[in-house]
Ligand binder design. Structure first.
Ligand code: FES
Length: 232
């Protein structure tokens, strides 16, 4: 397999020989952003065997195999903490899709990340109502406190910061999410306290639900519908 670069709706280079053929690569007009997936292009044998077993179980839940694409993307994201070339190829092979079809879905949903993610993905909503009620100030304070920008991860690997669009929780604005669990009615001080508790390994309680938080990778396994894995 060669390196792969996904260009808009086409895949430029490389595909395994088992699935449908990809369209030929073509140059994009100047100014059109290239979308790429990095990371490993294959899984170690033991990881591949486990993923294949789990994917078989997930696919069996759906009348049509391609309906399992979202959980399979979450499953692969639990391995490397982001969607890699190996993840795209794995999903394509399991579901008899092209890599371009998988990439199109993976780039549509913002829950699928293209860079490594820390143990806790902290998302600050900066959409209209949250912004009016202080979301921008929360994000600015978090950036300054952590010394990182949006999409970046702290050197200790604990926190990835991002801004998120409306989470449909506007009546609890401003909202911060950690691994997609809600923390309602936040302000800069409470958010920094939350972040420091996470970095210190303290238990934090989301505003809703009865459970606590698990790591990003474990969250991805839960979203895929497979059991948590010890030690992740
Ligand atoms: S604007 Fe933030 S949850 Fe809707």
């Amino acid at each position: 397999m060669t390196d792969q670069v996904f260009l808009g709706s086409d895949i430029a280079v490389g595909h395994n020989n088992s699935g449908p053929k990809e369209p030929a690569a073509r140059e994009l007009p100047v100014g059109v952003p290239q979308i790429t997936f990095g990371g490993p292009d294959h899984y170690p044998d033991d990881v591949l065997a486990r993923l294949t077993d789990e994917a078989t179980e997930i696919i069996a839940r759906y009348p049509q195999s391609r309906s399992a694409l979202l959980p399979l993307l979450h499953l692969t994201q639990s391995v490397d903490s982001y969607i890699t070339r190996a993840g795209i190829e794995f999903c394509a092979a399991q579901l008899h899709l092209t890599a371009a079809q998988v990439a199109a879905v993976a780039t549509f949903y913002t829950m699928f990340r293209r860079t490594p993610t820390g143990e806790y993905l902290v998302g600050v909503c900066t959409n209209t109502l949250c912004a009016v009620l202080g979301g921008d100030e929360i994000l600015a304070a978090a950036k300054e406190h952590l010394g990182i920008g949006c999409g970046d991860t702290t050197a200790d690997g604990r926190i990835t910061l991002e801004h998120v669009e409306c989470n449909a929780a506007c009546d609890h604005a401003p909202v911060v999410m950690v691994n997609w669990e809600f923390f309602d009615a936040q302000d800069p001080e409470s958010t920094i306290e939350l972040i420091e508790d996470l970095r210190a390994g303290l238990k934090v309680q989301p505003s809703r639900g009865t459970g606590g938080l698990c790591s990003f990778r474990q969250t991805e396994r839960l979203l895929a519908g497979v059991p948590e894995e010890p030690g992740q």
